[in-house]
Ligand binder design. Structure first.
Ligand SMILES: [Zn+2]
Length: 243
């Protein structure tokens, strides 16, 4: 196996302890997508690298190793995203999106557009007023699904072709589509998109300026985000089942 030595930009998604003093980091790199790497000795008090490897930070990092075994040989924090780190609601939403990324993509699959999207999301989320956050979260989830080629078609009812937003609809993960309440009045509530949630999802899918400007009420916030969190988990389970 050849020795590699590569400098990359990376968003730190997660970390876990490995043995006495080491950590296993899951990085989302601009150059090569997801990349797991070990950081040796970073939990010792004298380690200077340890402080540069916090989840939800952007780092410049040198990865080296043989084949698939990578280790971090140098790291420097590029952006700490301090506003995100002091905002629990924003962190929770960023966590949902990070988990989606891990569920939908494999290692060493470059996704530069999604890298920029995540970086912007971590910057914008804590600065957005609460009512504008649900649509921003759904937009990121839909972008992940689109990047993975598994975004459902939400522009019309699969059965009757209804394109309005007055009826509620239900997501049909198996078909990658929606069905309106007139065509299918009963079904699992977990997949229901209320009229408000459908409007929000269409704005989110369009990925234009409205994404960061659309507010939803506190009462509607869960109805807007929950079906998509469930969809991500369902899609992740499908992919895991195929492997
Ligand atoms: Zn219909």
């Amino acid at each position: 196996m050849p020795l590699f030595h590569q400098s990359v930009r990376a968003l730190v998604l997660s970390r876990r302890n490995l043995g006495e003093a080491d950590r296993l980091l899951t990085l989302f790199t601009y150059e090569a997508g997801l990349w797991r790497a070990a950081a040796h000795g970073v939990r010792s008090l004298s380690s200077r690298r340890g402080s540069h490897l916090e989840p939800f930070t952007e780092i410049a990092v040198v990865l080296s190793g043989h084949g698939r075994l990578s280790r971090i040989t140098a790291a420097e924090t590029h952006d700490y995203f301090s506003a995100l780190h002091s905002d629990d609601d924003a962190l929770r939403r960023a966590y949902v999106v990070a988990c989606g990324l891990l569920a939908l993509f494999g290692e060493h699959d470059p996704q530069p557009a999604l890298y920029l999207l995540l970086q912007q999301l971590w910057h914008h989320l804590p600065r957005l007023p609460q009512p504008r956050r649900p649509v921003a979260e759904v937009a990121a989830v839909l972008a992940l699904l689109a990047g993975a080629g598994t975004a459902p078609h939400i522009s019309r009812c699969r059965v009757c072709g209804y394109t309005g937003t007055d009826r509620s609809v239900r997501l049909e993960p198996v078909h990658g589509s929606i069905v309106c309440s007139a065509c299918s009045p009963a079904g699992p509530s977990v997949w229901r998109l209320s009229s408000v949630a459908l409007k929000a999802a269409r704005i989110a899918a369009a990925r234009n300026d409205l994404v960061l400007r659309t507010a939803v009420s506190e009462t509607d916030a869960m109805a807007v985000t929950m079906p998509w969190r469930t969809y991500l988990r369902w899609q992740g389970a499908q992919i895991a089942g195929e492997q």
